[in-house]
Ligand binder design. Structure first.
Ligand SMILES: Cc1cc2nc3c(=O)[nH]c(=O)nc-3n(C[C@H](O)[C@H](O)[C@H](O)COP(=O)(O)OP(=O)(O)OC[C@H]3O[C@@H](n4cnc5c(N)ncnc54)[C@H](O)[C@@H]3O)c2cc1C
Length: 417
């Protein structure tokens, strides 16, 4: 790429949003460069093989709200397979497996929490999930844990208006070959400049000027799809600075944390009638969910969210593995982990190109998603999961935001011709 390249649009970031925008611009005949800081495309969509032929999603895994999710069609086009269903519901709580009655009690309690949130919103107010929920119930710690997985932040940090704005059809379909792999396959033929971290964007003149270590790009517009973690850390210097209203939106939509820990076994350690998954509070009372043998693979996947995810990530990879193994041993006995042969532990807070998991709106600030999505001076455009008001924190929300931004840019571009 030569210095002073002149294109219509410079896209910053090749995750689901940036890739979708690139394809949309290309379909509309608009020229672009796609600049990606990392050595790979996909961003928070990232699949690795824990063992040959055994994919594991480090980031997105479930096609949420599947009937509204454009990735289902993309999966079909690329011949990917997925399971239609939702999360497993079992539990091992206070030392024993929970019953069907417990599961209905949990469902009722969760529903009640959503009803009380809806009542508060109907009265014109917003508050945190913590303030809106029953704090004394037997299943409160389970509720808080699940909420921390949904938002990647803890219940006291999340707006109920934001939670209720999410369009949830309760269809969460996992992709067998990996959701990250699907996103990369979708983007495989899109030209991307890898290892090209954008350091600064100068929008003081007629168009925009972007600096990377490799080159300078001149474009009419920039489309910024990086996470709010990257924007909040000022990893990209803007000249002039972003206006206060945009900075306010960025800080209102901060990233929490969510990590996934996978153990692979040399053989089936759980037996053919093992449950698909469960949540346990074994050892220390801290809930942790496990998926057992996803797609029949000899694997177990555990997940952490919120402050606990940050704490365990800081404790390190070995501490995370030890912790997960101890939980499994408490439920299945000490021999269960003897045949573990491979492990992967994610560390999204420490990922230099994301700096967390996904966005949630702080109490009173759900409206900031719309502010984050707004363009500035028809020069700086924004996309990415955090800009979606009803599908934030998802890959399809990111994808759809990329397409909308590309359409908006093409419109502006046509108007100035
Ligand atoms: C652990 C985890 C589990 C998840 N589970 C699910 C799930 O099951 N289902 C679901 O739908 N969603 C899930 N998500 C959320 C989903 O992965 C994200 O919402 C989505 O992938 C975000 O896409 P994006 O394009 O907005 O951002 P990103 O994927 O973050 O893309 C932004 C890109 O910008 C690049 N970048 C950063 N800085 C610069 C720079 N200075 N210059 C150039 N490039 C830069 C980054 O490297 C990255 O590739 C999960 C996320 C995590 C972390």
């Amino acid at each position: 790429m030569s210095d002073a390249s002149q294109v219509d649009v410079a896209i910053v970031g090749a995750g689901a949003a940036g890739l979708a925008a690139a394809r949309e611009l290309s379909n509309r005949g608009t020229s672009f460069v796609l600049l990606e800081a990392s050595h790979r495309i996909g961003g928070r969509g990232y699949t690795e093989e824990i063992l040959p032929g055994q994919p594991f999603d480090l980031g997105c895994h479930w096609m949420h709200s599947a009937s509204l999710n454009p990735f289902v069609k993309i999966a079909d086009e690329f011949g990917f397979t997925y399971t239609k269903g939702s999360y497993p519901k079992g539990g091992h709580w206070d030392g024993s497996w929970i019953s069907e009655d417990d599961i209905s009690e949990i469902d009722t309690y969760f529903e009640q929490q959503f009803n009380s949130m809806a009542k508060i919103i109907a009265s014109g107010k917003d508050c945190s999930v913590f303030e809106a929920s029953d704090r004394e119930h037997k299943w409160t710690s389970l509720f808080d844990y699940i909420a921390s997985l949904n938002s990647s932040s803890d219940v006291d940090q999340v707006s109920i208006a934001d939670v209720l704005a999410y369009n949830d059809t309760d269809e969460n379909w996992p992709v067998k070959q990996g959701f990250g792999e699907l996103i990369c396959r979708y983007g495989a033929d899109i030209p991307v400049s890898l290892n090209s971290a954008v350091k600064s964007i100068d929008w003081s003149g007629k168009g925009v000027k972007l600096e990377t270590a490799k080159c300078t790009i001149h474009a009419k517009h920039a489309l910024i799809t990086v996470s709010t973690g990257i924007l909040a850390a000022n990893d990209i210097r803007f000249t002039p600075e972003l206006p206060p209203w945009k900075q306010e939106a960025i800080s209102a939509l901060s990233l929490g944390n969510h990590n996934r820990i996978c153990l692979a076994f040399s053989e089936d350690a759980f037996g053919s009638d093992a449950s698909e998954g469960f949540t346990t509070n074994a050892i220390d009372g801290e809930p942790m969910s496990f998926q057992i043998k996803p797609f029949g693979l000899n694997q177990v996947e555990a997940v952490t969210g919120g402050r606990f995810a940050d704490w365990l990530e800081r404790a390190g990879q070995q501490a995370s593995i030890d912790y997960v193994e101890k939980k499994l041993q408490a439920v299945f006995g000490s021999d269960i982990t003897k045949r573990v042969v491979a492990r992967i532990v994610t560390a999204w807070r420490g990922d230099p190109w994301v700096k967390g998991a996904y966005s949630s709106a702080q109490p009173g600030k759900a409206h900031q998603r719309k502010e984050l999505a707004k363009s500035i001076d028809d020069k700086l455009f924004f996309a990415g999961e955090a800009t979606s008001s009803d599908a934030y924190a998802t890959a399809h929300g990111a994808y759809l935001s990329g397409i909308s931004a590309a359409q908006a840019m093409t419109q502006v571009y046509k108007e100035v011709q």
